[in-house]
Design a protein around this ligand. Sequence first.
Ligand code: FMN
Length: 436
Amino acid sequence: MTTPTVPRAPERMLAVEITTPGGPDVLRPTQRSVPRPGAGEVLIRVDAAGVNRPDVLQRLGNYPPPAGASDIPGLEVAGTVVEVDASAARWHPGDRVCALVAGGGYAEYCVAPAIQCLPIPPEMSVVSAAAIPETFFTVWTNLFKRGGLQPGERVLIHGGSSGIGTTAIQLAHAGRKGSTSLPWDGPLRGVPESDGGWRVAGPTAEPFSDVYPRPAALSAADIAAIVSAFADATRRALDAGFDVVEVHAAHGYLLHEFLSPLSNGRTDEYGGPFVNRVRLCLEVVDAVRRVWPDARPVFVRISATDWTGGGWDIEQSVELARALRGRGVDLIDCSSGGNVAAATIPVEAGYQVPFAERIRREAGVPTGAVGLITSARQAEEIVSSGRADCVLLARELLRDPYWPLRAAAELQRTVSWPKQYLRAAPAGSPAREPLG
Ligand SMILES: Cc1cc2nc3c(=O)[nH]c(=O)nc-3n(C[C@H](O)[C@H](O)[C@H](O)COP(=O)(O)O)c2cc1C
């Protein structure tokens, strides 16, 4: 094996410095000494540098470099290793790397901590590689270090907001409705463990229907483990920076299965009378609330009725909503159905709004209305008449992701826009401020 010959770094190099705070014209080429790698560092001959928001802020004078960091901007580089400190021996001169640095990337040479370097995949250009490290390390830190994701675990990434919006996460346990085929993969069927499925569990061993897997009845210890899993998930959601957490207690998933007498035939303290059937839901909400800061909202989604005689209904929903309000829940998100396969549901525009209205009025808690809300006027009527405190849209937002902007224009309301997009906004639109 031959080691590639890498020319030694010269004494001086070309770099880009910020002469004074301002626009792009304050960036000037200059001559600087080539930095030398300190303990645990490598020296990289830079072929490409990433451009990040902090570079622009630094140029504007709003982001002083951290103590000890170079005053030269540039937080991501890609190029070739030319020198290696003895304690950074996992890298060798000639290695193609991209790296996250504390500054100094807009230069011909840059030092980087060895642990913040990544190999550039052979098929990737050096220019593309220079845009990788910041995102890679952010995702890696959030998912693996802070979130504790383990090999073999699966993760659902619901969405991201690039720091300009509000993010909410829904925490759910699918209970006996889990381990099924994908909805778009033909008729729904249970998926066995041998095919990537998992053992499902519920309040009893009764399956949701013939095509769903047969669950195992949860023991008291299993239930306690699920409550603490909700707390752990909440902690990870907090670490990941979500603003709102919603507990899913609807649609026939685990918590709803415990609520409804039609799916909960247990004879222990989690089954039987109302106070026992709501126990798991309340324990989960308490566990979530203990972790989630008071200043951030907790929502709970319920199915206000099973649409089936003898099942969960609106009266019990009102009672549950009162209990949830007393436990620090900020909003009840009022959906319905999903727990009885054969239920007949009178689906029509706004058909679940009466549930939101009644729970709001009788339990004295803010509610969200959901289900076949599609037009701006319909949404406005629901909120302005006091039937619900907000509306939640699903399919209409998939059809028209800019629905809120269209609705605002149609109702002649001014809404805030991300300040990066203000040039496209109607005149007078204010810039969006992040939640405190
Ligand atoms: C593609 C898709 C995914 C959904 N995922 C969830 C979910 O993860 N959690 C949930 O509570 N409801 C989920 N729903 C249900 C919606 O939140 C909503 O309650 C339902 O679609 C009725 O509202 P709509 O008429 O505005 O679509 C989903 C709906 C759709 C169409």
